[in-house]
Design a protein. Sequence first.
Length: 344
Amino acid sequence: MTVDPLPADASAIAAAAAELAAGRLVAFPTETVYGLGADAGSREAVAGIYRLKGRPVDHPLIVHVTGARQARRWAQWPDLAQRLADAFWPGPLTLILKRLPEAPAWACGGQDTIGLRAPSHPVARALLLAFERLGGLGVAAPSANRFGRVSPTRASHVIDDLGGDAPLVLDGGACEVGVESTIVDLSRGMPVLLRPGGIAGGQIEEVLGEPLRMPDSAAPRASGTLAAHYAPDTSVELLAAPALIERVAALAARGLRVAAWSRERPGRGEAHWEQMGSDSDRLARQLYDTLRRLDRAGFDRLLIERPPESGDAAGDWAAVVDRLRRAAAGAAADERECRGASGT
Ligand code: TXA
Ligand code: MG
């Protein structure tokens, strides 16, 4: 099947909304990452997402809506949800809420809850509004990568991943935020942070006026929260700065081709060095593109400097640190040949 990376103008949006209404998939940009969308109201259309991604059917999808008005048709809507939606929608925040009987159970992976998010990207918004005019109630969309892989932040990443199976792809350029949405579970009495993401936990706590809890064993399983997820094929090691330099030298001495991605660039010859910089937003924006580029370049090992995990700046880095840890865990699992346990 030919791949069609349309520029997302009005006629492209109309064509994409018609695809959704006809039960077909559309890949589209959001401010976080590209999504692989289907009409959430159609069981068959949503089944197509699971097939194409290779995602287990018990992993719930995020349903994308135009705003609180649409969200309330499918979820119980407590006061805290309204406050968070007022503060952060449209934007990179997903709310997990108790679902109403009329909600699309097939998008919710067997949970009695539903994940809802109103994205802010102009192309995503235009698509959701056009689909709403055709009678659509929401668009179920995971990140548009194969299960377990690094999320796509450019249209070309979607095509690299899905190849000839790619549906219509709306090309809206590179994603602004670059890491997935923050997920807050409001379905169990107290707000729980299920996934750090585009909005820092501290900002959410300011609006809530109470601390976000961390997930316990009763928390729903989220595929983006598996230890080994967001993993490139190349083995990744996450190291503090001094250890990183020693490790580069040791691996190079064994004749391995090493890429090192660090905050400052020491510029030593025994590895290919990339500079990460010290701006967490900028790093988030480049994260997946850099991982994909270095992964394709044929290195034996990818060494990444561990960003700050404590102190004042830690909150800003939480999403990036989380994704880097999972990339490294995926590579470690690979080395133990047990990647299958966490999916690819
Ligand atoms: O930024 C994002 O959130 C992107 C863009 C496309 O919106 N989407 C995204 O979707 O990252 P996905 O499917 O790759 O990750 C969604 C996460 C998964 O970890 C899933 O388990 C969790 O959200 N999730 C969805 N519904 C849930 C529910 N009812 N309960 C618990 N977790 C849920
Ligand atoms: Mg994903």
